[in-house]
Design a protein around this ligand. Structure first.
Ligand SMILES: [Zn+2]
Length: 278
């Protein structure tokens, strides 16, 4: 069985959404690599008002601290799950100038300036030291519609069209606090994904929860809908798996014709130079 590559838009998404599957692969002797896509440097001059608000919620006083703390948290989570990590240099949407300066924009349609970004991300995946023909790539389905999740999903579509086996994972905790978002996103992506697949994670659910807890700057913010993160994660995994026991949910990403507006980005040119988007 070949390499598994999990694309995580931000420092916690892969672990939050499929930490159980990641740990199961590691325990089976096939440690996957989790690649944070929008993991670039956080420079003071990139931190606008909107990003400042986010930093305050995360408890960061200085821009310099953000990357250091988030990478340390990610390394701790990876050690718990037994996976490897890579961090790509794309800027998080909140640091990309005034493109996404408010919540509505952050969860809207990616700006057309970034149409070439999915192609670039797909190219980076194929350039990873861990890449090998036959590798399986996991991307977020983009439940909740965060622009960085949509762009990462679109990168998955680019890879699927090139014959790579790609699965979309159920974005947590979006799917937990807003269950209606799952059906809404599935309607949006229409035939870009196939039937759902469940992966049982009974033996590794506790590892997933322990790894999520390692993102100490993020957990109070992203789980602000509950005081009980482990309870919420367990209940969701049980609901997902039904008779299977705790499970995580995936959809095969199809490689056929592009449809819908959000993936036109992936189908289009790569006019945008890397310097524009990093
Ligand atoms: Zn994210």
């Amino acid at each position: 069985m070949s390499t598994s590559i999990f694309l995580s838009p931000h420092y916690d998404d892969g672990v939050l959404s499929c930490g159980g599957t990641i740990a199961s692969l590691a325990l089976a002797g096939r440690p996957p690599v989790v690649v944070t896509v929008f993991g670039g440097e956080v420079l003071e001059e990139l931190v606008g008002d909107f990003a400042h608000t986010k930093h305050a919620r995360w408890g960061f006083a200085r821009a310099d601290d953000v990357l250091e703390v988030r990478r340390r948290e990610d390394a701790t989570a990876a050690a718990i799950l037994g996976c490897r990590t890579r961090w790509l240099g794309y800027f998080d949407a909140i640091y990309r100038g005034d493109r996404y300066a408010a919540t509505a924009e952050l969860y809207g349609k990616p700006t057309s300036v970034e149409d070439g970004l999915p192609q670039l991300i797909a190219g980076e995946v194929l350039s990873l030291p861990e890449w090998e023909p036959g590798a399986t790539v996991y991307v977020p389905l983009a439940i909740g519609n965060h622009v960085d999740h949509q762009l990462t999903f679109a990168a998955g579509r680019v890879l699927a069209r090139q014959g790579v086996t790609v699965f979309a994972y159920e974005d947590c905790p979006y799917a937990i606090h807003t269950p209606s978002g799952v059906a809404e996103r599935l309607a949006q992506v229409d035939r870009q994904v196939g039937e759902q697949t469940l992966i049982a994670i009974g033996p590794t659910l506790e590892l997933r929860i322990a790894a999520i807890a390692a993102y100490t700057s993020q957990v109070p913010v992203i789980f602000r809908f509950t005081q009980d993160m482990p309870g919420a994660m367990t209940a969701h995994a049980l609901r997902t798996g039904g008779a299977l026991g705790p499970a995580e949910r995936f959809w095969r990403v199809t490689g056929d014709e592009f449809r819908g507006t959000d993936v036109q980005a992936a189908n289009n040119n790569a006019n945008v130079g890397e310097s524009d988007v990093r």
